[in-house]
Design a protein around this ligand. Sequence first.
Ligand code: GLN
Length: 194
Amino acid sequence: MVNGLIMNIGVLAIQGDFAEHLAMLKGFGVQTAEVRLPNHLAGLDGLIIPGGESTTIGKLAVDFGLLEPLREFGKTYAIWGTCAGAIFLSKDARRSQPLLGLMDISVERNAFGRQVESFEAELEIPELSGGAPYPAVFIRAPIIEAVSGEARILSTLPDGRIVAARQEKLLATSFHPELTQDTRFHEYFLSLAK
Ligand code: GLN
């Protein structure tokens, strides 16, 4: 229940760390659903696409007939992609792989190289409540190279590289809020889905 509304939030559960998102959502008392097939999208107020491997998520989404239903869903409802999910939401990942193409962002996969594949950073994200720095976990993360059209930047690393973007009800983060104790990013998404 968020501000008196019962919400129903789905998590794409075909690959990646969907269980961690579901656990965090349950902490808010919202109804949750694991989405594996097109009919699982019915009745949802929003959808999270987790981190994992964007090529695998894309391939399985094609196999399960989810590509067009997800594109339709994203025209009306909130979708948030974390890490691989952000790549899948993008219009351009600089290589051929199935993408939803819903967000006017281009991404560079594995942008932090092979040696330093995981790290944490404290991010300034002005739109999150409280104003305190946000502890962001990056795991073989992409960067958002550019935003265009209706998309806008929500957060950058201190060196200016873009790691979070929003386009109306669509959100993309390079990092993994489901792997922290800080619930503000999930709260922010629920406010968009409402
Ligand atoms: N490197 C993965 C990809 O390119 C994303 C990693 C993640 O989701 N943690 O899809």
